[in-house]
Design a protein around this ligand. Sequence first.
Ligand code: F6R
Ligand code: MG
Ligand code: MG
Length: 367
Amino acid sequence: MNTTLSIIKADIGSIGGHIKPSQRLMERVREYLKTKGGDLFTDCRVSSTGDDVAILFSHHQGTLNEEIHKLAWDTFIEGTEVAKEQGLYGAGQDLLKDAFSGNVKGMGPAVAELEFEERPNEPFLFFAADKTDPGAYNLPLFLSFADPMHNSGLILSPKMSKGFRFVIMDVSYVQGDRVIELNTPEEIYDIAALLRDNERFVVESIYSRETGDQAVSVSTTRLHNIAGKYTGKDDPVMLVRVQGGFPATGEVLSPYNIGHFVAGFMRGSHNGPLMPVKKNSTISYFDGPPVVTCQAFCVHAGKLTESVDVFDHPYWDWVRNEVSRKATELRRQGFSGPAMLPYSELEYGGIVEKMKKLDKKFQVREK
Ligand code: F6R
Ligand code: MG
Ligand code: MG
């Protein structure tokens, strides 16, 4: 019987701005899953990253399962009730539709799912990022699956020598899922040409070419495509199977020492370096910086082990200091040039009105 891992994540309200959900909200979410879940799933974990609540389910129902998705949706509705009772900021923010229909894709919450036949040992990583969008994972995924500078297994392990198949989505296309499949190592320049543009082209999944097994699933939601207006950045989640024919855990983590600049940060309208932080970390400086958490698990017969918080290690303290330095450096130039996102990516409609008004005031001088 196949095992399915499903992460379903939403921002349903926070204390003190877009910072962190309350303990009472988290407790209600856990309680609701326990009482309403029945035997629908074999295991589940609830965690927060910044202002987002993520439910990780392990189950045997397959991906895009209506009952699993409905349970997650109802749980977020329940959590929103607590957010309203407590007057939390942004209560129910990511629940963009009124009625549930089939699955939560396109309704606001982010989803990443993997279905597979369990290996005898099945280690995997669960990433969650806040104050950024799905393109944040593009560079780290490219480096850990296609670059021997980060993945020495590409040189050393015969199990990875055939490379990987990347499925990349054009997230600006809204009529359906517009995807392209490209193979490493032959097509790495084409992959890089697409992944350069984090706001348009996003890695959706990655497969081993040796076995055909899926290694990676990334949530690809673009909230502003659903809502048609600013509702916050998409704060993507990701599942990565590791070891054996996949990169080792440390090879997947390696690129996160770069603190590469990603879209998001204050008002979802800036660039900032991605900081790897400990589980349940909060948000602070300039509504950021953009953060990513990562928990390692093993799953066996659908049961999850306790998680290991992989960024909770002295090495990453040093990285966090470096990333803070990068964040401060870029913030020193405020609104100018690369500190802010291009016009099309600014998350508040107000600027459009402002530009319209200013446009009328322009005068053309005769030559
Ligand atoms: C970014 C984010 C925050 C808010 C900012 C203003 O994703 O959530 O930076 O954009 O705190 O929030 P509002 O517009 O809700 O007052
Ligand atoms: Mg938010
Ligand atoms: Mg968030």
